[in-house]
Ligand binder design. Sequence first.
Ligand code: ADP
Ligand code: MG
Length: 606
Amino acid sequence: MPTIRRLPEALVNRIAAGEVVERPSAALKELVENSVDAGATRIAVKLVDGGLTRIEVTDDGCGMDPTTMEIALERHATSKLPDELIGEEQAIERVATLGFRGEALPSIASVSRFTLESRPHDAAEGWRRVVDHGLLVEEGPAALPPGTRARIEQVFAKVPARRKFLRTPRSEYAACLDVIRRLAMARPDIGFTLDHGERRTLSVQPDENLPDRVAQIVARELKDNGVLLNMQRGEMTLTGVAGLPTYNRGVADHQYLFVNGRPVKDRLLVGAVRGAYSDMLARDRHAVLALFLDLPSEDVDVNVHPAKTEVRFRDAAAVRGFIVSGLRQALSTGDRRSAQTPDAGAMTRWQQEPVREEVSPALRSIFEGRDWSGPSAGVRETSREWHAYEGEVMAAPQGRAVEAEEVATEPQDYPLGIARGQVANTYIVAEAKDGLVLVDQHAAHERLVLERLKAAGAGEAVARSQALLLPEVVEMDEPACDRLEESADKLDAMGLSIERFGPGAMLVRSLPHALAGSDPHKLLQDIADDLAKHGDALWLEEKLDLVLGTMACHGSVRAGRVLRVDEMNALLREMERTPRSGQCNHGRPTWVKLSMEDVEKLFGRH
Ligand code: ADP
Ligand code: MG
């Protein structure tokens, strides 16, 4: 029989270190979290070579006496489980501090030269302990202000297997900066500084409010290009700042997510954010936001992974639903507002202003009377209004003859103004009371068609589809047919009714009302492509959102089509009524406004 042996303590620590401190930024995170837990009001971080040479964290927190320091460096020693919870199994579900495992310091000290200096506020002097790869090498008095200073040097120097995997100082620095940004956002009450070598790369003062802190850290423009969140559902709350869809980025790095004050990078939450923005952003663009989800600690398990960036929710679907609808609701109140592309020099004079303030009384009642209790509530409302206008211009993208809406000639009645003409057969020029409005007709209409398709999905079956006189057979390859068949029920709910027609063909029985007249072959092919492209990466709902986007593109007026004045006006009115119509399905603005004042300035009249 093989002999069974206990692993030596130093080896256990080193194995744990593999999980807890897989790279310098992870060690930095542990140190800063300890400072936060210690009640610090200011935390100063210094890095040399991205943390590869040195990481130093100084705080003005409660500090430790020499005995506490010794225990702190022992495995599974923590001061953070309240006495009454010790021995209780649920104890770790109820802790409010960031740390609680008591494994960070011994792990770090087992793979580096670790210097811990600390001084409690009531002590005359501090104390220092230096542990080199698990061995105590120095101990004695130290001069420092009240608080704690922890220094990591020569990380993984004696663990070549790990050293090999470290990246360049530049990429380790980027990871460290990300850690500090997230923690600084989670705690606007604490001041943070970050020095990299000789350079101060981040500095925020204590006692800031959340929107200011987020804007300081992400980008100043976010303040003008975001909406504040503050929602409650049951015992969950969602706060933070969400960037308008038009204020987007090519990478997802600027999505900061927090659960009960902890920075997390959780797949479920990332998916929920993508879902909320899915029909307002192009696929390769990403929203910018800082979201803080708070919920009772028994409803979430933060103990899934030692680095604690993944969490597990008791009711994942409820969390997801809350985030998706919360975000969409918040973005809807931004209504037709959309962000100015910051780098568009040509647009410096053209601004997109929130027009809600100037909304006419009639329109205001529409906005304010709306029940925004869910993402589709507003849309449904819109659809009801839509039906009142049925037979009107916008229902006829193919150019059917239509009745003109009774058009007021006084521009002040309408936030987006009265159409005065068309430029390049692509842009509508309108006159509003306070300025000149330019609308991208295709982008705007595509957006409206999308909202209508969604409204139809939630509405009456009769209203949403138009049966084909002769069902059409569309031949496609087998996997494409399989995918479509799989989603047939959901597509049916949107008014597209299809059936399998042998191994390599589909039968189309009806098209969504909004897409009457589209080519079923192209439509089905595009939908199948959409479904394939997103494979298993997205939930079916999200995939279908994207499908809707594709469908909307099929059903909307092209750039280059001549519009009559009454058609243009109907489009403007529909935009005013439709939530989220300020950006197209790819996150670009659908309209811009040049104020009268600026027009006058252009001509030196001001
Ligand atoms: P945990 O944070 O999970 O408790 P750590 O190994 O990170 O475990 O820290 C062990 C203990 O050391 C903490 O519980 C705390 O009592 C003490 N400690 C660590 N860092 C600090 C600090 N900066 N200020 C005061 N106490 C600290
Ligand atoms: Mg800790």
